[in-house]
Design a protein around this ligand. Sequence first.
Ligand code: PLP
Length: 412
Amino acid sequence: MEINWQEFYARRTRQITGSQIRQFFALTERPEIISFAGGFPASDFFPREEIGRVLGELACAENSHALQYAPTEGNHDLRAYLAAKIRCAGSACHIDNIIITNGSQQGLDLLCRILVNPGDPVLVEEPAYVGGMGAIKSYGGVPAGIPMDGEGPLPAAMEKTILKLERQGRHPRLFYTVTNFHNPTGYTTSLARRKAILALAEDYNIVIIEDNPYGELCYEGTVPPNYQALDRSGRVIYLGSYSKIFIPGIRIGWMAAPQAVIEKVCLAKQTADLCSNSLGQRLAYRLSAEGFIDRHVKKLICFYRKNRDAMLETMERCFPPEINFTRPQGGFFVWVQFPPFYPPARELLHLALEQGVAFVHGEGFFSGAGGSHAARFSFSQVSPEKIAAGISRLGKLFYRFREEDTRQAAGE
Ligand SMILES: Cc1ncc(COP(=O)(O)O)c(C=O)c1O
C-alpha cells in the first residue's frame, strides 16, 4: 500500500506554506534574465581570500575547538564581542543577554516557538518580511498587518488594530518589525515613530521583536537609535545577522534579550540543532575582532550605494510619473507602487519576463489582501549597468499602459 503522507503530517504543518516569492524564483533566476527579484547579497563581494586564510588557520589549530560542538548559547568570545557592539549602540547588554543563532531566521523561529500559541494574533508591518510571517504562521500565530508610510508603521492604525483585537478577546502580545531599510519597502522607522510605538507597546504590554539585518548598510545620513536602546522596560528583543554585512553561508546571527528569554531560547535551541556552526562562529569572531568586518562594511556601502543610485536614477528618468517608488537610504530594496489602472503586478511580472527582466510582485508580503499593484525591486545583485538596462526596458513596457489609458479616456 502506498503511503499517503498527508495523513502523517502533524496538524501544525498546515500553516507551513511555501512563499509565493520562492515559487517564482525558478522563473526569475534564469541566467538570461536581469533579476531584481532575489534579495541575496552580492556574491562578487564575498571576501574569499580573508575567509580562506582564517578558515585554514582554524582548521589546522591543534586544539580543534573550531571543529568541535560549541555551547548552545554560542562561542564566548563572539558573544562578548556582540554584547560590546550592542552597548555601543546604546543598550545595556551583558554576554548573558546574547545567544548566537543560525542566522536571524532561526532567531525568529525560536522566538515564535517560545512566545506564540496557536491562534495568537501577532502584529506585523504591512507589507512585511515573508520569512517573519512564515515563522509566526508555522507556530499557528495569525499576523495582523499594521500599514506603513515613509516614516514606518502608523501608531494610530496600530492602536486601532490592538483595540479591535481586544474587543474580540484576542490581546496581541508581540509586534515584529524590521526597523531599518525594511524588507520589502526600504523604509526606515523615524525616531518619533519608534518612540510612539514603544509608548503603545508599554501601554498595551506588547513585546517588540526588532529585526535589523540591514541597519549597517546605510548609504546616506544615519539611522535612529534602536528600539532596544530607547526601551526602558526590557520589552525589546533584538535580532542581528552576519548575512548581509559579511556572508550568509556561515549562517550566523545573534539575539540580544533579557537573560530569562535567552535561557528559554537556549533550551528551545538545544532540541533544534544543539549549537550554531562552530567554525562559522570562530570565523565571524576573528574577522570582527581584527576589524576586518567593519572595513568590509565600508566597502559594501560604496558598492551597494552605486547600485541603489543607478536604480533610483533610472526609475526617475524612465518610469511614467504615475508610478511611485521608495527612495531607501540603505539596504537592498525599493518598493514600487503601480496605479490602479495598470494590470496587477503579477501580470506585469509575466510581461516583464518576456522582456528579460524580473521583480517580485507584492501580494506575498501582505498578511491579508493587498499588494496586488505593488512590487519589490532588489538592487543588491545586479551591476549598475544592468540595473539601468533592466529598468529602462521596464519603463518602455509601463509607458504602454499609460498610453492605453490616455486613449481610453479620449474615447478612442
Ligand atoms: C528582514 C530579514 N530578516 C531576517 C532575514 C534572515 O537572515 P539570516 O540570513 O540572518 O537568517 C532576512 C533575509 O533576507 C531578512 O530580510
